[in-house]
Every structure is written in C-alpha cells, then in structure tokens.
Design a protein around this ligand. Structure first.
Ligand SMILES: Nc1ncnc2c1ncn2[C@@H]1O[C@H](COP(=O)(O)OP(=O)(O)O)[C@@H](O)[C@H]1O
Ligand SMILES: [Mg+2]
Length: 218
C-alpha cells in the first residue's frame, strides 16, 4: 500500500514543436512528492525541452502544465545565465551571515564536496572567470542549499569528476523528501538516483514507470 503523495507538477497532453518538427506530442506526465524520475533518450530527443516545459521556462503549444501552488522548484539548466560580477558567496548563500551558514554541517558538507571548501578564497571568487566545471559546481551548490520541493537537473554530471558524481548520487539519496527529475546519460548515476524512467524520443515521451531493477539496471 502506498500513501497518497501530493502532485507537484502535471503535464496533460502537452505538445511542442519548433518549426514543423514535433518535439513533444501529447505528453502526459505527473511528478509527485518524493518521485525520482530519470529522463533518457538520444541527443535531440526532446529531453531538455521536456524539462523546460515542466519548469515553465518554455510554454507548450497546446495542452496544460499545472503546478502545485506553494512549491519551490530549482532548475539546473544545460546553459546557465549567471551574472559574471556576482561572487560565489552571494550566488550560493545569498546575504546570509557567514557564522549562520558556516555553522551548519549540511552546508559545510555541500560546499566542501562541490567547491573544495568555503574559505574566503573560495567564496570570494567572481563567477565570470570560472571554468564550465566550476560554474556547474557553484550552480549545484546553490540548488542543493536552497529549500526546494522539486529539483530539476539537466545533465548534472557533465563537467563533474567521478568523485563529485558519486558524492552527488549519495547526497540526493540522503535527501529523501526532495522530488527529482534528472536528464542524464550517466547510467551509473541514473541507477543510483532514479526509481522510474521516462524515455524521450522525438515526438513522444514513453513512460517506463517501473522500478529500474526490473530492467536489470539496478
Ligand atoms: N529554442 C529552440 N528553437 C528551435 N529548435 C529547438 C529549440 N530548442 C530545442 N530545439 C530542437 O528541438 C529538438 C530537441 O532538443 P532538446 O530538447 O534540446 O533535446 P535533448 O535535450 O534531448 O538533446 C532538437 O532538434 C533541437 O534542435
Ligand atoms: Mg538536452
């Protein structure tokens, strides 16, 4: 018996095309509390488009996207738009006082794992000169330290080394209350974090809402 879980986001018969090419064709999909959904598919299959429509970053051509009223959703997009003048500190912990966040074990854990620490040297850096991998880590740190109900990650393991990928998988598994939608090509990561898989192929999204274990993947 499963306990009823609140629906966070619902797509009902959502279609989306760019030009003549249908990318999403009448896709219906629900995300509920504590869901861990992996999205797989070949390049150009519409995975990022699906995530952008779910995140309300992109409107559907037809169909309905509904979201529970009071939920906080965080999105790690494939290409982020960040202010190069901003510092790691202001981006990741905002204007919270140092003593406030540095006394939290959870915050220290995230900063240590993703940024290598939280010294002035690390936190005072500007975002502009950071490499793609460093930015990715900073973006992830910000999202993981935010108080979210749903985390949407588009290829989060890109630019991360195996150690950081392993840490991220462990971390996500430990945040049981957090719902997750993740696009990834990393089969190991998918196996560790997802309990259901959706396959995005051009023009359709096929639901494989079964335990990964039953595919022999886990
Ligand atoms: N803003 C856009 N304008 C035009 N075409 C787009 C746009 N976004 C995505 N596409 C096209 O839609 C298809 C699916 O893209 P995308 O959702 O990024 O796929 P995936 O993330 O699975 O690689 C691709 O053919 C891509 O070129
Ligand atoms: Mg993509």
């Amino acid at each position: 018996m499963s306990v009823a879980r609140r629906n966070l986001i619902n797509l009902e018969k959502v279609s989306k095309s760019f030009g003549r090419e249908p990318i999403l064709d009448s896709v219906s999909l629900g995300v509920a509390e504590a869901d861990r959904i992996g999205v797989v598919g070949r390049n150009g299959g519409g995975k990022s488009t699906l995530l952008r429509v779910m995140s309300a970053l992109e409107p559907p051509d037809s169909g309905r996207v509904t979201r529970a009223n009071d939920i906080a959703v965080g999105v790690l997009a494939q290409a982020a738009d960040i202010d190069p003048e901003s510092t790691v500190r202001s981006y990741v912990v905002g204007d919270r006082q140092t003593h406030e966040w540095s006394s939290q074990a959870h915050t220290r854990d995230v900063l240590t794992a993703l940024l290598g620490g939280y010294s002035e040297e690390v936190m005072g850096r500007h975002l502009g000169p950071l490499s793609g991998g460093e930015r990715r880590r900073v973006e992830l740190a910000r999202l993981l330290l935010a108080d979210l109900d749903l985390l949407i990650l588009d290829e989060p393991t890109n630019h991360l080394d195996v150690e950081a990928i392993a840490w991220l998988a462990r971390y996500i598994r430990s945040r049981r209350e957090l719902a997750l939608i993740v696009v990834t090509h990393d089969r190991w990561f998918l196996n560790r974090v997802a309990t259901a898989v959706v396959a995005a192929t051009v023009a359709q999204v096929r639901h494989l809402l079964r335990q990964l274990g039953s595919f022999g993947w886990a």
